[in-house]
Design a protein around this ligand. Structure first.
Ligand code: PMP
Length: 456
């Protein structure tokens, strides 16, 4: 037996002994054992026991074109053979890097014409954070450097990313947020809207931004950052009044609007970018995930002309960058991924066909006593679990409600994510109507099971 196959027969034990997983209580995980995923095809993944799962979560919100796309692996192999690595630091670039920058901007609005590449979404957030401060300092306003973000937002796990994020459980580890980052409320009407209508609540939380800018002083604030639709926070789709008001405030108070497109970008919402769904124009927009459908790690920041002209023509050296900025093999994978999205018209498919179909399927679950609301934009959706929908009363143990549904679905071959008492959906954009039917059926069974458990 080769060393490799000997090791493979014992992977669970080796994982427990040597591998620290992200966002995990390792003691509990080691006791329970990890699931070993060996293979993927289309919208399905297969574990080491041969069990097949419908991946309702596209890996981690990223496998937009589905698993097993040979076109991407072949593009990667070609680039690997041609040039596996070169940097973009010292006056050099590589063909796929250039072509990718052009391709990305061709799908953004007319005011976005430049991209800075990173290796991940977190690095993309660190990058725009520095760009925003450099932008204002170059314009003679070095004091304009505070950033306003949102509670329950998610922007990554680096020190800046976790600080921008509004996750208390992350801030508690490592003395975060860092200085210069403050948070306002989130547009989560179902959980926090009380007696206001969604429209009223959307305006109310948007205006927290105005109040915070006043409190800090406009001359001290560089930017506001938000996800078009909060992802990790629970797929919270804001009321319609929210984004236009945010855009108005940023403009009126002369602060940069940063829209985190790491999840919402590349077709997830039925537009190329989430901000296009809401009709707003960002000054800076971090991207990752669907850019390469997760086949290789790559992220970036889309830079508007407003910031780009200053960064390119006035700053001089921008002292920032990563060894893997514009990595040629990752760029080749991303280019081929975007070609597939274009040629197979996946964005239009999400907007006109499978997106509305998923929305209707989820809506049909609203007759279930445990479902308070469903929200769905494109192929990004949430089911809000409730104890009593009459008065939007949520379960005392929100985690348990979500975990019961999630585990039942998993046992029945469907991967979903639970964030507290919200079930999250983000399947590959290539999902079929019959696969969506399966997701809905398995979810309903999971709800029936969890409802019984939660009733005691
Ligand atoms: N921003 C958003 C909106 C995200 O959802 C994520 C990851 N889930 C990140 C940033 C961080 O990306 P990464 O994990 O690639 O660093």
């Amino acid at each position: 037996m080769s060393n490799l196959s000997a090791a493979a027969s014992n992977l669970g034990a080796l994982d427990a002994a040597h591998h620290i997983h992200p966002f995990s209580d390792m003691q509990k995980l080691n006791a329970a054992g990890t699931r070993i995923i060996e293979r993927g095809e289309g919208c399905y993944i297969f574990d080491n026991h041969g069990k097949k799962y419908l991946d309702g979560f596209a890996g981690l919100w990223c496998v937009n074109v589905g698993y097993g796309r040979k076109e991407i692996t072949e593009a990667v192999m070609r680039q690997m053979n041609e040039l596996p690595y070169y940097n973009t630091f010292f006056g050099t670039t590589t063909p796929p890097t250039v072509l990718l920058a052009q391709k990305i901007t061709s799908h953004a609005g007319p005011n976005i014409n430049r991209v800075f590449f990173t290796g991940s979404g977190s690095e993309a957030n660190d990058t725009w954070f520095r760009m925003a401060r450099v932008y204002w300092a170059t314009l003679g306003k070095p004091e304009k450097k505070m950033v306003i973000a949102r509670r329950n937002g998610y922007h990554g796990s680096t020190v800046v990313g976790a600080s921008l994020g509004g996750m208390k459980y992350m801030h508690e580890q490592g003395a975060l947020p860092i200085e210069g980052i403050v948070h306002i409320g989130q547009p989560y009407w179902y959980g926090e809207g009380a007696d206001l209508s969604p429209a009223e609540f959307g305006l109310k939380v948007a205006r927290e931004l105005e109040a915070k800018i006043d409190e800090l002083g406009e001359d001290n604030v560089a930017a506001f950052v938000a996800e078009p639709i909060q992802g990790a926070g629970g797929v919270i789709v804001p009321p319609e009044t929210y984004w236009p008001e945010i855009a108005r405030i940023c403009k009126a108070r002369n602060i940069l609007l940063v829209v985190d497109e790491v999840i919402c970008g590349f077709g997830r919402t039925g537009q190329w970018f989430g901000h296009q769904h809401f009709g707003v124009e960002p000054d800076l927009a971090p991207i990752a995930k669907g850019l390469s459908s997760g086949y290789l790690p790559i992220g970036g920041v889309m830079v508007s002309d407003r910031v780009g002209e200053v960064l390119v023509n006035e700053v001089g050296d921008f002292n920032h960058g990563f060894t893997y900025s514009g990595h040629p093999v990752c760029a080749a994978a991303a280019l081929e991924n975007l070609r597939i999205i274009e040629d197979e018209k996946l964005v239009e498919r999400v907007r006109d066909d499978v997106g509305p179909y998923l929305a209707a399927g989820l809506k049909s679950l609203e007759d279930h006593p445990m479902v308070g609301q469903t929200q769905c934009v494109g192929l990004m959706a949430a089911v809000q679990l409730v104890e009593d929908k009459a008065d939007r009363k949520r379960f005392e143990d929100k985690e348990k409600a979500g975990i019961e549904v999630r585990n039942h679905c998993l046992a029945n071959g469907l991967v979903l994510r639970a964030t507290g008492d919200r079930m999250l959906y983000s399947p590959p954009l290539v999902i079929s109507r019959s696969e969506i039917d399966d997701m809905i059926t398995i979810t309903r069974n999971g709800l029936d099971h969890a409802w019984k458990v939660m009733q005691g």
